[in-house]
Write a protein that binds this ligand. Structure first.
Ligand code: ATP
Ligand code: MG
Length: 574
């Protein structure tokens, strides 16, 4: 491709709404164009990157026998009714002319299970792994950061079907390894972490995180044993400290206007560790429960939901809090509360805590679980933080980092096959639900995460495997015929050798060309300029400290080919 013919509307200004570097650079480099919040067109350069990532994904999953198919974006409502997912909040819903309900596909477990139940009925037809790379639509409440969180985005979604748990374990491992190869080939440092299964359900699951400061997720990991988990999920080992101090007499105190933990602590001159937060939550059937954590901790809703076991719990709305506690929001407490009370394990130690008094402007002092109120259940319901003990090894301490979730893989088990009646016959003729796994990878999010991980003041530093072009040949002076001829010759021989080369042949000042080539992140840069008078061109790697090397024009093509190969090899080997 020649830049003189290429459509790449670069811009100098940083788009006003773009906070993340990747968002700014994708727009500035002419990779994408915003259409609506969370909806983008991919311009030719952006689509090249998108397709290179997609191809790496295809190459790697094919290695374990995955087969590509393509499912529709329109999904009839009945399919999601079968699995109970027709009220998932991010669904885009619409009606056709005959008032029939449809959703726009947000993930395709139901559609693929429907294909399999009508075609697979014997253990002999499995293992089976089907995947697609397709547009997904989710009405995200907060579309953010360009391609990081879109409302329309591209996902690789794979689905496995097995007749026994052992085969599921095997395919899960194969897929896990394929993801490791994919992110390595994309030049990305990833960390696979244990994760919360969320709405999809199922047992074992891992998220693949790209570690960068701008990540939305917090991951915790143990430097001693390598345990790594999303902070949402990380377990907290039960502590053997359960000592109680001498218990004092419960006391009602007035705390006018003190609602928050900080306000109450300042007013009563106690530390947050001496206070218990009482958090009122509701289940979808309307049941109200309370979760208690120390004043300096956060209640973890997924853990709390699992502990209570009546489905996903949500924070209660203010009206419910007022109804249940007979007090304004901010004064809930466990004493005589009238709903089930679950207490975080950490509160087995210590005593004489401060709690809300279920009355306006009042708190209770000297309250201890089991002594002053009944405990329905003890459980690990707080969110883990850096400094917590490792749940897997003795003596390990968890550290934290920020990450972008680029992939999420699940062992689903029989969740969808049971709900949707996808059965097979085993070798004894008995019928069982198919055992499933599902595997998601954000193609568009990976593109943005790669920029978050690889950029500098001049623009994007794409890893060579996913750069829109591998090499740019920059003609310094278009009026110099020797330069244009030598550059075109080099361009043709690189193309012939299968190198993805770009010829920068615009009639622009050299400074403008260098800036644009740096901005769009072409990793190998060849300058055909003044040195040509001495029979040389200058070749270098974008942003490298060594700068550009002079190379004789006759050997330039083979020099570049070797450089491309060695850059690619670095990504394979790491
Ligand atoms: P998140 O927690 O970030 O909302 P999720 O857990 O809902 O994502 P999954 O259903 O696990 O996402 O989707 C699989 C993959 O698809 C994710 O790991 C991510 O890479 C990608 N993905 C999910 N939602 C979006 C989005 N709104 N925009 C871009 N990529 C997305
Ligand atoms: Mg996920």
């Amino acid at each position: 491709m020649k830049t003189s013919q290429m459509f790449f509307p670069t811009q100098r200004e940083i788009p006003r709404d773009a906070e993340l570097i990747s968002h700014q650079m994708l727009v500035r480099g002419g990779f994408v164009k915003s259409v609506a919040a969370g909806v983008y067109s991919y311009l030719p350069l952006g689509w090249r990157v998108h397709e290179k990532i997609s191809q790496i994904v295809r190459d790697e999953v094919k290695l374990f026998g995955a087969q590509e198919l393509h499912m529709p974006v329109l999904v009839p409502r009945e399919l999601l009714d079968e699995s109970g997912r027709s009220s998932v909040p991010v669904l885009f819903a619409l009606k056709d002319k005959n008032q029939r309900d449809f959703f726009l596909g947000f993930t395709h477990e139901e559609v693929v299970t429907d294909i399999v139940r009508s075609t697979v009925n014997s253990w002999k037809q499995m293992p089976l792994y089907l995947y697609q790379i397709q547009t997904k639509l989710r009405d995200e409440p907060r579309p953010r950061g360009g391609l990081i969180r879109g409302r329309e985005f591209t996902m690789f979604d794979g689905y496995s079907f097995d007749s026994n748990e052992g085969d599921l374990d095997a395919i899960y491992r194969e897929n896990y390894r394929a993801y490791e190869r994919i992110f390595t080939r994309c030049g990305l440092k990833y960390l696979a972490v244990e994760a919360d299964p969320g709405a999809i359900g199922g047992s074992e699951n891992h998220e693949f995180m790209i570690l960068t400061e701008s990540g939305e997720d917090t991951v915790l990991r143990c430097d001693s044993c390598g345990y790594a988990a999303n902070a949402e999920r990380a377990e907290i080992p039960p502590s053997d400290v359960s000592d109680r101090p001498d218990l004092l007499v419960q006391d009602l105190v007035s705390t006018p206007g003190a609602h928050t933990v900080e306000e109450v602590c300042a007013f009563l001159k106690v530390s947050p560790q001496q206070l218990i937060k009482t958090i009122i939550c509701t289940a979808s059937d309307g049941t109200v429960v309370a979760g208690l954590v120390r004043g300096d901790r956060e209640l973890n809703l997924p853990k709390f939901s699992r502990a209570v076991g009546i489905g996903a719990l949500e924070l209660a709305d203010p009206a419910t809090v007022v109804r249940v506690t007979n007090a304004p929001v901010g004064f809930a407490g466990p004493v005589e509360l009238g709903v089930s009370v679950y207490v975080d394990l950490e509160l087995k130690a210590g005593g004489n805590f401060v709690v809300g008094a279920n009355a306006a402007d009042a708190h209770l002092l000297n309250v201890t679980p089991c002594h002053n109120f009944e405990v329905t259940g003890w459980a690990d319901i707080r969110t883990a933080v850096a400094g917590d003990s490792c749940p897997r090894c003795a003596g390990g301490i968890l550290g934290d980092a920020r990450g972008i979730e680029v992939g999420h893989i699940f062992k689903l088990g029989t969740k969808y096959s049971k709900d949707m009646n996808a059965l097979f016959q085993n070798d004894k003729g008995e019928k069982y639900p198919v055992i499933m796994g599902c595997y998601g990878l954000g193609v568009s999010r990976t593109m943005a995460a790669a920029i978050e991980a690889h950029n500098d003041a001049n623009g994007i530093a794409w890893p060579i495997s996913i750069a829109p072009f591998e090499v740019a040949i920059i003609i310094a002076n278009m009026k110099d015929e020797a330069q244009t001829t030598a550059a075109k010759d080099l361009y043709s021989s690189l193309k012939q050798a299968g190198v993805d080369a770009l010829l920068e042949d615009r009639d622009e000042r050299p400074g403008v060309k260098f800036k644009d080539i740096d901005l769009i992140g072409i990793p190998i840069q060849v300058v055909v300029g003044k040195a040509l008078a001495e029979g040389a061109v200058e070749i270098g790697i974008r942003g490298s400290a060594e700068g550009r090397q002079r190379v004789a024009v006759e050997t330039a093509a083979s020099y570049v080919r070797n450089l491309v190969q060695s850059e690619k090899d670095k990504l394979q080997a790491s």
